[in-house]
Design a protein around this ligand. Structure first.
Ligand SMILES: Nc1ncnc2c1ncn2[C@@H]1O[C@H](COP(=O)(O)OP(=O)(O)OP(=O)(O)O)[C@@H](O)[C@H]1O
Length: 704
């Protein structure tokens, strides 16, 4: 029996997107609509005492429907596993975005930070505190909307009482934890979140952590001192905001309300942050409901609307959201004629990036259901059932070796994406653009975008006005600290105790090198700190930390990997239906790949035809992929990194003081530039470790 049998016929499961302490997140296709989704697969056995975490996360995701929070589509529980189907954030982790940029310019950091503040203001307004804010939990969509994930550690109080309620569970990642948390004092979730946001803002602007040390106890002391380095390039306004957020005494810390009004956040913006949700669960998109009513065999659209409004988070909810997403992207919304029809979904059409300017992304011009304003281009009501059937048949017809792809419905969708624009923009700090994109046919306009390129970060140290916080060094800030190191922390468990079983069946840098160094893994602390992805049983644990690593070993297909997992080649079972499906969505060129013998497929790297989704790709100066492969092998050997090579994909692991980190590096061809690129993905380990490892590998490989 397949591990994921429960998903069969509904989702096709693909590659791993990332992994946390308890399970993996896999990319998947929602088969009925051919939309990409992310599925978090959690093994119950691995959860142990942390079982309530899943329930906490589910409750939060059900309740917290917001434009900057990753949407829950579907929730399935089986005897062994939980499957959480979510909106897929194809832009990857926000942190990845700054790996190549080293640090962000102020206006760009503001773009992301406004969205984070919006999400957290909403979360708090609903009585929740996130308590695990860190770069790994901030994802991006293809048009650079920020989406908050991972509510497994969140705390719930009565709505509107988050600022009254004290919590006592210490959780989150140490580097992002507020001083009151690491002292083991009762704390308020909202205040602790503001501190973590301060750390996040610092990482965006500086590209390093404000408090860190190889020794965990020293790091704690630094956090409690509130004393952090302020590089000269930070503007006075950013310094002031960072100080306000990184105030050691929680009562003196800026509140979220004040944060929303802060000048830094609103600089050059005509509108304040829209923090309230723009979604209304009572508002259902009629076009989508109409198409679904036909599929589910309901007589009227209204009946379908009533059904969707039950919000069961089953396959119906998932289908509704998947179709809504298609509509938002100006893709046709069609389903087979009836639910008894084949589950084969219409083939994918172009993944279109529709956010030409920073404002388009920022303003979240969405209506209550999540559709962009003025989205009148698609009118599925004009599609008759026979059209739908014909189209479906046509689009799935690959008998002639060519798949027929639905056309994008709007010419607008051809606009250059914000992602592309940002990647094309030279970084003011590095003096180069991560991707040297030749003259672009579409210019990016809007006053704000223009300002991104031209704004000069203010240099020179502003005189500190906050006397209370003035330290000896003018570049250091001292929060009003109680420098009392209380030593190890006690974990007392989550506030919300019990797990309710819900059964649902689907049918129904170092940029500033020298400043940043990865923190340490004080094992005694780790055991007490609530386990986090970077702290929890890792590759090192699985392989026996401290045991000798076989250096530079290219694993044969059947040996277990360093992390104890079975190599991908072995875990691949009967994937044919999935492979066929994938080929359909990847446009007709991919069919050639499908029909090519496997050996030949492996012999040439994947070709990327445009710069879309190239946020995680570094371009090399090489034209021969073999050269790059050899260079990477040499770097791994030199770095004593263990790796597995599967065709053009390396799975490399490295032990650092913080534990193990696994990165996937794939060699790809960049057709537009006639160059070879390296696509990277963090699979395990904390984001800063990943950043450091990637920067190191890429600079060692001398790829630029
Ligand atoms: N919706 C998504 N779209 C794309 N990638 C995702 C999505 N959700 C998660 N990921 C990837 O998977 C990783 C792990 O996800 P997540 O943090 O939810 O797992 P976790 O087990 O709760 O982790 P942790 O141990 O940090 O709590 C993320 O850091 C991200 O890289």
């Amino acid at each position: 029996m397949s591990k994921y049998e429960v998903l069969q016929g509904f989702y096709a499961v693909h590659d791993e997107l990332g992994s946390g302490g308890f399970g993996k997140v896999r990319l998947a296709t929602h088969l009925l609509t051919n939309q990409k989704v992310a599925i978090k697969i959690i093994d119950k056995k691995q959860l142990g005492h942390d079982l309530p975490r899943v329930q906490t996360e589910m409750d939060a995701l059900r309740n917290l429907s917001h434009q900057n929070i990753c949407r829950l589509y579907h929730y399935i529980e089986t005897e062994d596993r939980f499957f959480i189907v979510m909106e897929y954030c194809s832009g990857g982790e926000m942190f990845d975005y700054i790996v190549r940029k080293e640090r962000l310019e102020e206006s760009e950091a503001r773009h992301f930070f406004r969205q984070l503040v919006s999400a957290i203001a909403f979360v708090h307004s609903q009585g929740y505190a996130h308590r695990d804010l860190k770069p790994e939990n901030l994802l991006l969509t293809e048009d650079l909307h920020l989406k908050l994930i991972d509510f497994g550690l969140c705390a719930k109080t009565e709505k509107g009482r988050i600022d009254k309620h004290h919590l006592d569970t210490c959780c989150g990642s140490p580097a992002y934890a507020a001083p009151e948390l690491i002292q083991g004092l009762p704390y308020k979730g909202n205040e602790a979140d503001v501190w973590s946001m301060g750390i996040l803002l610092y990482t965006l602007l500086v590209g390093a952590l404000p408090f860190e040390d190889d020794n965990m106890q020293i790091m704690y002391k630094k956090i409690q001192s509130g004393c952090f380095y302020e590089p000269d390039f930070l503007s006075p306004m950013s310094k002031q905001l960072l100080r306000a957020m990184l105030q050691v005494i929680p009562e003196r810390r800026i509140t979220i309300k004040k944060l929303l009004e802060h000048d830094w956040l609103n600089h050059k913006y005509t509108q304040p942050v829209k923090w309230n949700t723009i979604y209304d669960k009572n508002f259902i998109d009629r076009d989508v409901a109409r198409v679904m009513a036909r599929y589910y065999g309901l007589e009227t659209t209204d009946k379908m609307i009533e059904k969707i409004k039950e919000w069961k988070f089953d396959y119906m909810t998932s289908t509704y959201y998947a179709l809504l997403h298609r509509k938002r992207n100006h893709l046709e919304i069609i389903l087979p004629m009836t639910r008894n029809a084949t589950n084969t979904a219409p083939v994918n059409v172009q993944n279109i990036l529709c956010s030409p300017t920073i404002h388009a992304s920022l303003d979240n011009n969405l209506d209550k259901s999540g559709l962009e304003d003025g989205d009148s281009s698609s009118d599925p009501s004009s599609i008759s059932p026979s059209d739908i059937a014909a189209q479906l048949k046509k689009s799935c017809d690959v008998s002639d070796g060519k798949s027929k792809f639905a056309k994008p419905l709007s010419p607008e969708s051809k606009k250059m994406s914000y992602v592309n624009a940002m990647l094309a923009m030279p970084s003011q700090f590095t003096g180069r653009s991560p991707l040297r994109i030749p003259e672009s046919p579409v210019s990016v306009h809007s006053s704000d975008t223009a300002s991104l390129g031209s704004s000069t970060p203010s240099r020179g140290v502003s005189r500190d006005t906050d006397k209370e916080n003035t330290g000896n060094n003018k570049n250091y800030r001292m929060g009003a600290a109680t420098c009392k190191a209380r030593g190890p922390l006690k974990i007392t468990g989550l506030e919300d105790g019990t797990l309710r079983s819900v059964y649902t069946t689907p049918n129904n840098r170092p940029t500033l090198r020298g400043i940043f160094s990865p923190g340490n893994s004080d094992s005694s602390h780790k055991n007490r700190q609530r386990a986090r992805s970077s702290d929890r049983a890792s590759i090192g644990a699985a392989s026996g930390a401290g045991s000798p690593i076989s250096i530079g070993s290219t694993h044969s297909g059947n040996e277990p990997l360093a992390d104890g997992r079975t190599p991908r080649s072995r875990t691949k079972t009967n994937r044919l239906p999935q492979r066929v499906f994938t080929s359909l969505e990847r446009k007709k060129e991919k069919l050639i790949t499908l029909l090519t013998p496997r050996k030949m497929q492996r012999d040439s790297p994947q070709v990327l035809k445009d710069v879309k989704n190239m946020v995680n790709v570094s371009m090399t100066a090489k034209q021969d992929p073999e050269d790059v492969r050899n260079m990477l092998k040499a770097v791994f050997d030199e770095e004593k990194m263990r790796y597995e090579l599967n065709g053009w994909k390396f799975l490399a692991t490295k032990e650092t003081v913080h534990g193990w980190m696994t990165v996937e590096l794939e060699i790809v061809r960049l057709q537009m530039f006639d160059k070879v690129g390296i696509r990277r993905k963090r699979l395990k380990g904390d984001a800063f470790m990943y950043k450091k490892v990637c920067e190191h590998i890429l600079s060692m490989a001398k790829i630029d």
